[in-house]
Design a protein around this ligand. Structure first.
Ligand SMILES: Nc1ncnc2c1ncn2[C@@H]1O[C@H](COP(=O)(O)OP(=O)(O)O)[C@@H](O)[C@H]1O
Ligand SMILES: [Mg+2]
Length: 415
């Protein structure tokens, strides 16, 4: 019997469009002989849609028309109910599909950050990739750096604060930034992606403006020492927290000082590797049209041109980052190099653009095999969970002795 895979994408995120591209690539890579893919597109407003119409990227040009042609669906927040519902005739509820495993291909907020994963946990559906904690930590650049630094993984010096603190203790914060880091700095919202809201500042006035911009996107802000000149190297890791491996490294190529949204997704056609569009149109199911290949169309060099010792160190640190954060599935760890040999972990993407398939192809694992690995692992995690105790088969309310005792008094004597 085929495994039914609910593929969730889109979402309330600034990376909405990129997620659509990544998901259509993933659906196309699923072996049609083994899997039935059910596309579930989450609109920018948060509505859930399904239907064949979602499989052609050309249909996303007119979102209103797409929404009319697709079917609005929902799930019940009920443990064990894996069904997708729609409104039927006479207001009756109909079952549209039922799935065995969820594949979130959501980038950024409301999907890559543990929220979607939490929903799957509540409903009890196995899902691909990081769990709630690793997704949430991976999404928040502040929490992530704290955890990595604590584990001895090199990260760039930073100062962080909330928008509220910026309002009440700005002078102190500026003094701390100038003392601890010094200009130039990079200012980032803590929990976005795709370079949105990020800018650099070479002095006080620019810092104030950059923080103002970042605050428009997030209430948590991180200011980092700016590495200049820098090289950027990415490495993907796939597996579980205890058993994983790192891919070859890539070097995405920038047009300006910061790797921008346009560099990442709008440069069209990679260098030095086969990827993107060809894959989407060739494989079963999804019709890709000619839209950008998302992350797989970034201009890049694979493998990155690095001395063997440096690329091995990067791969080791990528794997260690994955382990420390408790990741699962496929992630991409992004590095910043200062000079020839000083390596920092910049960030992790727990649902990377194009699921990093182009890095795995270059490492010898095809996209369809990558999908097999991810789904098998999600199902295995669910089986393993069955061995953990989640509740005691006891009802403390049934003990007459406990009746009447109001918590604290009963237990306080035992401390
Ligand atoms: N400390 C830094 N020094 C210099 N450039 C940086 C620094 N941090 C980020 N950048 C540039 O900004 C880009 C986006 O930053 P990143 O932290 O990767 O955020 P995002 O999650 O939006 O991708 C990076 O790819 C890099 O080009
Ligand atoms: Mg980045």
């Amino acid at each position: 019997m085929k495994t039914k895979v609910g593929v969730f994408f889109g979402g309330r995120s600034v990376e909405h469009e990129i997620s659509v591209i990544s998901a259509l690539q993933a659906i196309a890579a699923l072996d049609a002989g083994r899997y039935d893919a059910v596309p579930i597109y989450i609109t920018k407003q948060g509505r859930w849609l399904t239907g064949e119409v979602l499989l052609d990227s050309a249909n996303y040009r007119d979102m209103a028309a797409l929404a009319r042609r697709a079917t609005e669906v929902w799930m019940k927040p009920e443990y064990g109910d894996h069904r997708l519902y729609r409104k039927g005739r006479l207001g009756r509820t109909q079952v549209v599909a039922q799935f065995d495993v969820a594949l979130p291909v959501l980038h950024g907020t409301n999907g890559e950050d543990g929220t979607f994963q939490g929903l799957m946990e509540l409903i009890g559906i196995p899902y691909v990739g990081c769990n709630v904690l690793s997704s949430a930590v991976g999404m928040d650049k502040i929490a992530m750096k704290m955890m990595l630094r604590e584990s001895g993984i090199p990260v760039i010096d930073y100062v962080w604060f909330t928008d509220r603190q910026w309002g009440t203790e700005r002078d102190d914060l500026v003094a701390r930034i100038e003392e601890k880091i010094g200009y130039p700095v990079i200012v980032k919202p803590a929990n976005l992606g795709s370079s949105v809201g990020i800018s650099r500042a070479r002095g006080h006035a620019e810092l104030v403006r950059a923080v103002g911009e970042a605050i428009g996107y997030s209430s948590r802000i991180i200011v980092e020492r700016m590495i200049d000149p820098l090289r950027e190297i990415n490495c993907s890791v796939c597996g579980s927290a205890d058993d994983h491996r790192a891919s070859v490294c890539e070097e995405p190529l920038r047009s300006g000082e910061i790797l921008s949204y346009a560099d990442k997704y709008m440069s069209g056609g990679g260098t030095g590797t086969k990827n993107g569009g060809t894959k989407m149109s060739g494989a079963a199911g999804a019709k890709s049209g000619t839209a950008s290949g998302g992350m797989s169309s970034t201009k890049r060099r694979i493998p990155a041109d690095l001395p063997e010792t440096v690329s091995e160190e990067i791969r080791r640190l990528a794997a260690e980052t994955f382990r420390v954060l408790g990741c699962e599935g496929v992630a991409r760890v992004d590095f910043i190099l200062d000079g020839a040999e000083v390596v920092y972990v910049n960030e992790i993407n727990t649902i990377p653009g194009s699921l990093s398939f182009y890095l795995w192809e270059a490492t010898g694992l095809s996209f369809d095999k990558l999908m097999d690995t991810l789904i098998a692992q999600a199902l295995k995690r669910e089986r393993d969970k069955g061995h953990k105790t989640v509740s005691y088969d006891q009802n403390i309310f049934a003990y007459t002795g406990a009746a009447g005792a109001k918590g604290g008094t009963k237990f306080s004597g035992k401390k």
